[in-house]
Each structure stands twice: as structure tokens, then as C-alpha cells.
Design a protein around this ligand. Structure first.
Ligand code: FE2
Length: 263
């Protein structure tokens, strides 16, 4: 099933069969989800970052955890495949179930789903750009997406990153970003460098090749550690649900400065 656009040809192997396997949770097998032993001490909370202005202003037609394929499309997104996975944990290492994990990122051309987050070179119509996953009893989440790339929008250049938000009980409890450990652009990235050094370590993930993975596929493990008050009710019960985007005044500020059109 070739696409008329040769850029897409190398991804033709991600056909419907492959997607079905992915959705059944077979793509990664067991070892990546091996449960860790007891934690001897409290974990370091994952650092909060700004949300940024590009949380989708209109949701894509598909919001599942496979960002490579929109609904039952045949042509997958352009980009190097990445399995982003991990666990949502309390500071004591307890899994947080029923947490909604959302991610959003630019496509291979540097464009967000957000209608005002588009690179002039265009938009990959096959990239979902946004996805959601609900953690199970082990706190695990999984996305299939692409390795993030750098981008420049509104004169701001960013190192590669995937935005990630966690909600519980209908409330956003963590807004952060996943950056690529070792990427040279990290040294000049304003968001990363704006964090204290110990916090920086909590937003970096290795995008390496998993053992036995198909060529061109990478796997990034990113465990999310929530603060104590972030997810427990007064009765100590952990709850799930998705909160609203916390938004920013970014667009108002930009408009006031007359900078709200691209380039
Ligand atoms: Fe971003």
C-alpha cells in the first residue's frame, strides 16, 4: 500500500495488522513492564514545566495512544518511531492507576495540531499529534509516537520534547515535558535550562533502541513521579479522570505585541 509521496514509503510496514497488535498491547511484550522492587526511599518528583501555547485548540479525530495512525488510516505518520512508556508513581513508588496521561508534540515537519502552531513547511496530515492513555493497576502507560525533533515557532527555538500532562479526578496534577537526554540542543533550551539541575534530570529520557526492536524504532522510558498532594483525596483514595488544559495567556500577550501571526 504505497503512498504517492515517497517520503512515506519506508513506513508502509505499519499496516492495519501492526496497529491491531499495538492496540492489543503485544508490541512491547513483557520485559519493559517488569515491576520494580520496593523503593528504599522517596522518589524525586517529576519537575513541572510550563504547558506552552500549543495544547490542541481542536482535538484530532483520533485521540488514542497510537499517534502514528489516525483512526483506520492506511498511511502512518512520517518520523522515527518511538515507544514512550513508563509508570505514574507516587513519591513512595506506589503505582497511580486511573491517571490520564496526555502527550502532544510537533510532527516531522515541526508543526503542532494547534492551528497556530504550524511550521511554514506544512503539516503531516497522518500524524495524530496528541494522544491519551489511562494507567492501569500497575500505573503503566504507553504511547506509540515519533522521536521528537527541534522546532522554531514565533522566534522561539526549542530542543526536541514531548509535552506530557497527568490528570486525576478531573484535575490536572502535572504538566511537564519529556526531553531527549544527550541532545545537543538541550544546552540552549530555555525550558530545560530554567529548571534547577536536579529537576532537569527528571524530564530527560533516553530514546534508545530496545533489544530486539525493529530497525528505526526507539523506546523511551519516562516514569512520572507525582507530588504527595497531587492525586490523593482527603480520604486517601486515588482517583482518575482528565482535567482541562491549564492554558496560558500566551496568545493575549502575543496579540498585544502584534506578534500573533507566523513570521
Ligand atoms: Fe513544545
Amino acid at each position: 500500500m504505497s503512498s504517492p509521496d515517497p517520503r512515506y514509503d519506508r513506513y508502509d510496514r505499519y499496516d492495519r495488522y501492526d496497529r491491531r497488535h499495538f492496540l492489543q498491547g503485544l508490541a512491547l511484550g513483557g520485559p519493559l513492564f517488569a515491576v520494580r522492587g520496593a523503593f528504599a526511599e522517596a522518589l524525586t518528583e517529576t519537575a513541572q514545566t510550563i504547558e506552552g501555547p500549543f495544547y490542541p485548540d481542536r482535538m484530532p479525530l483520533d485521540t488514542d495512544n497510537d499517534l502514528l495512525i489516525i483512526n483506520d488510516a492506511i498511511t502512518p505518520a512520517v518520523g522515527e518511531v518511538a515507544y514512550l512508556h513508563g509508570r505514574v508513581l507516587s513519591r513512595s513508588g506506589q503505582p497511580v492507576r486511573n491517571a490520564t496521561v496526555e502527550i502532544w508534540q510537533v510532527d516531522a515537519l515541526g508543526s503542532y495540531v494547534h492551528t497556530r502552531g504550524r511550521d511554514p513547511s506544512g503539516l503531516d496530515p497522518n500524524f495524530q499529534g496528541y494522544g491519551r492513555a489511562l494507567t492501569g493497576s500497575t500505573g503503566d502507560y504507553l504511547f506509540r509516537t515519533i522521536v521528537p525533533r527541534p522546532y522554531a515557532l514565533y522566534g522561539v527555538t526549542r530542543a526536541p520534547h514531548i509535552h506530557l500532562a497527568v490528570s486525576l479526578n478531573g484535575r490536572r496534577v502535572l504538566t511537564t515535558q519529556v526531553l531527549v537526554r544527550g541532545h545537543p540542543d538541550n544546552a540552549t533550551d530555555g525550558v530545560l535550562q530554567g529548571l534547577a539541575p536536579p529537576a532537569r534530570a527528571t524530564v530527560l529520557a533516553d530514546f534508545g533502541r530496545a533489544p530486539g526492536a525493529r530497525s528505526g524504532e526507539r523506546t523511551a522510558r519516562f516514569d512520572v513521579v507525582l507530588g504527595r498532594t497531587a492525586f490523593e483525596g482527603d480520604d486517601g483514595v486515588l482517583r482518575g479522570g482528565m482535567g482541562r488544559s491549564i492554558g496560558t495567556r500566551f496568545w493575549d500577550i502575543l496579540k498585544a505585541q502584534g506578534r500573533d501571526t507566523l513570521r
